[in-house]
Design a protein around this ligand. Sequence first.
Ligand code: PEP
Length: 256
Amino acid sequence: MRQKLVAGNWKMHGNLVENQALLASLRTQLVGLDGVSCAVFVPAPYLAQTQQMLAGSAIAWGGQNVSEYDKGAYTGETSAAMLLDFACRYVLLGHSERRAIFGETDVVIAVKFVAAQKAGLTPILCVGETLEEREAGRAEAVIARQLDAVLEVAGVDALAKAIVAYEPVWAIGTGKTASPAQAQAVHAFIREKIAQLDVVLAHNLTILYGGSVKANNAVELFGQADIDGGLIGGASLVADDFVAICQAAQSCTVAA
Ligand code: PEP
């Protein structure tokens, strides 16, 4: 059975004082969750603090973005090697905010994917459709295009060391969650698409759901056959809420 992963995306929130309390609380509470891995994605300036506070704990951490370049005259960028200097295990790639606000294209995201893996990071590739695309019946086509861009550049084998997160854009930060059946249908589509290239890899691929996951809807979502955990935005900023979501993931592994 696939291990569940619950990942908290802090986005551009927090400060040294607030983080101290949040990280300390997570460190104390997120213990003994068999079958569930937990991770936090903090803003880059707080990676040192995160490393210091979470080293030796059960919680991993990662960057919210990475440069496609190794080093050089790229003002404002953070390389994969720099993330590794702070012991990041993961990096988020292609979050809808990066795509929509910062203009990251499928191709740029694919190049970042390769750069991250080459350095030894595990990419969490975010895919998902807008409301307009869903209403036009194009959700699967959009997600297929986003996956294909990475498959073309990195190859299917690269997905053995990556995670996919399905995040319908209309559900991110809106309080509108995809129903468990809607989310499951897309997750099954993603797994089936990868299975056409490699059945075993597809079976083992961790696919997270993200979009207004809260403690009160997590069990139903994580209980779906192809949902292996969540990428959590807003609720990851409140320790007790994030812990409750991680516990919900564990209850699904126990029930499975
Ligand atoms: C996200 O930031 O990836 C996210 C899913 O946010 P929220 O949980 O707040 O919808």
